[in-house]
Design a protein around this ligand. Structure first.
Ligand code: NAP
Length: 242
């Protein structure tokens, strides 16, 4: 991948950081992050990255980000909707208020934000010769871990939304890619007591698949989870919830 204008959300850490690091030398990357300390660390590590501070759940902040990108670059070749949040789901012991707040947070970051940012970015994507939208969901879109109930539900929701958006954007010749990662070693998975794929390896596999034209990327354990959830759903649920 070369000479592209790439916009990524959450490029300052984890999977987003690894993808940014892998693509920055040959492309222009705009990273949309909300945390000033993380933005500053990203700028120190990769001065070539163009950082924009915005919360992906704020329509006004995203509008301002898109205007800035339009003024600076005039188009988007690749939009990577990566920012995400995972919160523990304790249905029995959490207060109703806490459940409500967690549901609103996770649905707005993991589900609404990628759809609405893609909508806002459409005019700039249309200016690209080969526009691509990437949405990072999760292997857990196929089958939930009970202690991450709302997170998994938000990923299933964005999984179905991505299929719908792909279908509807086909006429505009905009390629829509869904990435379903396995457990990757980042802040988000820090409490998961399971083997984790290094973020750099994940980024490399993602880029290889992107360049080979793959549109549904079941990476690592997500491929097995996809099959198990269809043919042996009870076994798949038990495997995830021992
Ligand atoms: N790691 C895994 O095992 C795994 C597995 C499957 C799918 N995924 C998905 O992969 C994506 C990247 O996750 P990760 O593992 O790299 O996690 P991560 O290290 O926690 O990175 C997530 C990034 O998203 C940013 N973000 C969250 N909410 C935001 C908001 N409202 N506005 C702007 N930025 C926001 C975070 O910044 P803040 O610090 O400001 O919150 C952080 O920089 C997520 O969509 C995640 O669900 C991860």
């Amino acid at each position: 991948m070369k000479d592209k204008i790439i916009v990524i959300t959450g490029g300052a850490t984890g999977i987003g950081y690894a993808i940014t690091k892998a693509l920055i030398n040959n492309n222009t990357i705009v990273s949309i992050d909300r945390n000033p300390a993380k933005i500053s660390a990203l700028k120190t590590a990769m001065p070539k990255v163009d950082s924009i501070q915005a919360d992906v759940t704020s329509s006004d902040q995203l509008n301002a980000a898109i205007s800035k990108i339009e003024k600076s670059y005039g188009k988007i070749d690749l939009l990577i909707n990566n920012a995400g949040k995972g919160t523990q789901f304790d249905f029995v012991n959490s207060s109703e208020q806490k459940l409500k707040e967690d549901i609103e947070t996770e649905i707005s970051i993991n589900y609404s934000a990628p759809i609405l940012l893609t909508k806002k970015a459409l005019p700039l994507l249309k200016k690209s010769k080969e526009p691509i939208v990437v949405i990072i969901s999760s292997g857990l879109a196929y089958m939930p871990i009970a202690s991450l109930g709302t997170y998994c539900a938000s990923k299933t929701a964005v999984h179905f939304a991505t299929m719908s958006i792909r279908h509807q954007l086909a006429g505009l010749k905009i390629r829509v890619v869904e990435v379903l990662p396995p457990v990757v070693d980042t802040d988000l998975s820090k409490n998961a007591p399971v083997p984790k794929m290094p973020a750099d390896k994940f980024a490399q596999l993602f880029i290889e698949k992107l360049e080979s034209g793959e549109n549904i990327m079941n990476i690592g354990q997500s491929a097995g989870l996809n099959k198990f959830s269809r043919f042996l759903p009870k076994t798949a649920f038990k495997m995830l919830n021992k």
